[in-house]
Structures are given as structure tokens and as C-alpha cells.
Write a protein that binds this ligand. Structure first.
Ligand code: SF4
Length: 332
């Protein structure tokens, strides 16, 4: 990936939520939602954030857009440090980064017609010079996402879930963004509709050279859409790299068990399962010392509790396990 243009980068991005007692007084403890995440997103790629619920993937995605304020660290977008940008400056950035939500129904005002919903970002950012121009752009955007422009005077409830997601995508596209953060955009949809929306996202990416940060817990969906994936566990990056390489030969035990947990009709694959990912995810208030995965890892040795594994490079990939790239210890 070296030599490719970085569009967005995080440096040691961290989010901690201070706990409070019943009287609203701050306790010493904090929830470590995202810890020291340094990743790069290249122009034109799809990078997926994956992991079980509570791993910090949505928090990280929202922090990149400053929808959640980081506790520490930096966010660099288009070469500019936007970590301390004012609201006004961020409004300029929001023309370039947009978000697609899991539940389009909740993100679309039910009292507004589709025409108004799609026109809203255009009028807020004063993109069009006249009402006619706005109307023309709305019709164009509807056609782009596969909704007949004649339906512009309907309300969100008159559309199916898949069509509502298309409306959400049209809204996100209105300002010609460079990047879209897609937070579980198909997880509320039927499987047949999921593939239509994923294909639409791929077509739009090819047409407009879009960069996607795709957040999902569904490894099947992620395999289909991503160029690279970033696996997270308890607020930390375990492994990041090329999707095909990771799916073929994961370096980190957590990635391996996540992939093995994907239901398969293939009896050979089912037989190859070495370990079922079981047990509770440890508390984000008191994460385990050393490697955060060690309480669920069958390979864990003393060193795993003593020293935190660094995110080391293995060719184009990176993994944070003391034994990655070598022989895994034998399971007792
Ligand atoms: Fe398992 Fe140790 Fe590797 Fe962590 S560092 S994933 S506990 S072997």
C-alpha cells in the first residue's frame, strides 16, 4: 500500500469515558472504548472495521468524523490535522466526509418528502443557485441510487428498507464527498437486499472514486466489499491488512477464531475449526494486562500478561501478537 495517497489517518486515537457515581461525581475509573489506534485509510479503497459488538469500531468511525470527541490523539484528513477544528471548520470537512447509518428510517425525518430530504444538504451548504438547480440535482441523485425521480414527493414510510437506504445514500452523495463512513449500512436489511445495496456502493465507488470506511460485524459482507480489513478487540487493533491475505491466513489468533466462527456449509471447513471463540469479552473498565485478548486466547503464555504486544509489520500486514509470524505455542 505504500506509495498510495493517504486520505485519512489516525494517530494514537483514544476515547475514554470517565465513570461517574450516582451523584454525578467523576470516579477514577474510565471505560477504555478505543485505545491508541493509529491507522491509515488510502484514497479510493474500502477499509472495513470488524470485531464483536463493543470492540470500539463504531466509536472509532464516529471519532474520525468528530461526531465523538477523542480523549487523545490526532485525526489527519487530506493532510490537515482536523482534531481541533471548530464547528465552522468541520462544516467544510462534512462536505468531503459523509456518513451512512445502519437504520436509514431513524436518520430520515419522517415528516419530510424525499425531495426535501435529499435537497437538505444542498440548501444547508448553499450548493445550488436556484430552486430549479436544486430540483435537477435531487432528480439526478435519485436516479444515481436507483430510485425513480417521480417518487420525489413521497415520504420515507412509503418506501421499503432497501429503498430508504438508497435515499440515505443519495443524501450522503449530494455534496460530492470524497469519503463515506458506512456504519453497518446493510445489517438491518434482508440478505437479497443487502447484496443490491453493496453492489450500489461498489458501483458508486468506481464512478466517483469514493473512499469507504465500512463498519460491520458481518464477515461475509466485509469479505465482499473490502480491500483491506482492520480487526479490533476491546478498543485495540489486532490485525490490519489486505482482505484476501487475512481471510486466507490470519496472523492474529482473534482474527483466526472470528473467521472460523463464520457459519459454513462446507464440512471440511467445519472440521478445521480448532477453537470456538467463547467466554465473555473482558471489561473495558479493567482491560486485562498485557494482551487484551489473553483471557480468551488458548495460546496465551506468561509473556502475554506481562507485556502488551506491539502492532508489528509482516509485509503489507500488521498484527499485534507476540507469536504472530512464527510458531503459535501449543495449546495445553
Ligand atoms: Fe494470544 Fe498471547 Fe498472541 Fe495475545 S499475544 S493473541 S494472548 S498468543
Amino acid at each position: 500500500m505504500s506509495g498510495r495517497e493517504i486520505l485519512l489517518e489516525t494517530r494514537n486515537l483514544t476515547k475514554e469515558y470517565q465513570l461517574k457515581n450516582n451523584f454525578g461525581i467523576r470516579k477514577k475509573q474510565a471505560v477504555h472504548a478505543v485505545s491508541d489506534v493509529s491507522i491509515e485509510i488510502y484514497k479510493g479503497e474500502t477499509l472495513s472495521l470488524v470485531g464483536e459488538s463493543g470492540c470500539g469500531k463504531s466509536t472509532l468511525g464516529r471519532m474520525m468524523m468528530r461526531l465523538i470527541e477523542p480523549t487523545r490523539g490526532e485525526i489527519i484528513f487530506g493532510g490537515e490535522d482536523i482534531t481541533a477544528y471548530t464547528e465552522r471548520q468541520m462544516n467544510q470537512v462534512y462536505q468531503k466526509i459523509q456518513m451512512i447509518f445502519q437504520d436509514p428510517y431513524a436518520s430520515l425525518n419522517p415528516r419530510m418528502k424525499v425531495r426535501q430530504l435529499i435537497a437538505e444538504p444542498l440548501t444547508t451548504h448553499k450548493v445550488c443557485k436556484s430552486r430549479e438547480e436544486t430540483d435537477k440535482r435531487v432528480r439526478e441523485l435519485m436516479a444515481m441510487v436507483g430510485i425513480r425521480p417521480e417518487l420525489a414527493d413521497r415520504y420515507p414510510h412509503q418506501f421499503s428498507g432497501g429503498q430508504r437506504q438508497r435515499i440515505g445514500i443519495a443524501r450522503a452523495l449530494a455534496l460530492n464527498p470524497m469519503m463515506m463512513v458506512c456504519d453497518e449500512p446493510v445489517s438491518a436489511l434482508d440478505v437479497s437486499i443487502q447484496s443490491q445495496i453493496l453492489n450500489l456502493l461498489r458501483d458508486l465507488q468506481a464512478e466517483f472514486d469514493l473512499t469507504y470506511l465500512f463498519i460491520s460485524h458481518d464477515l461475509g459482507v466485509v469479505h465482499y466489499i473490502s480491500d483491506r480489513i482492520c480487526v479490533m478487540f476491546l478498543g485495540k487493533v489486532c490485525e490490519i491488512g489486505d482482505t484476501e491475505e487475512i481471510y486466507k491466513a490470519p496472523l492474529h489468533p482473534y482474527t483466526k477464531f472470528l473467521l472460523q466462527a463464520v457459519p459454513s456449509m462446507d464440512p471440511e471447513k467445519r472440521q478445521k475449526r480448532e477453537h470456538i471463540l467463547a467466554g465473555e469479552i473482558p471489561s473495558a473498565v479493567n482491560p486485562p494486562s498485557g494482551c487484551r485478548f489473553r483471557t480468551r486466547c488458548p495460546y496465551a503464555k506468561d509473556i502475554c500478561g506481562e507485556r502488551e504486544p506491539e502492532l508489528r509489520s509482516f509485509g503489507t500486514r500488521k498484527a499485534a501478537c507476540h507469536f504472530a509470524g512464527g510458531e503459535m505455542p501449543t495449546v495445553p
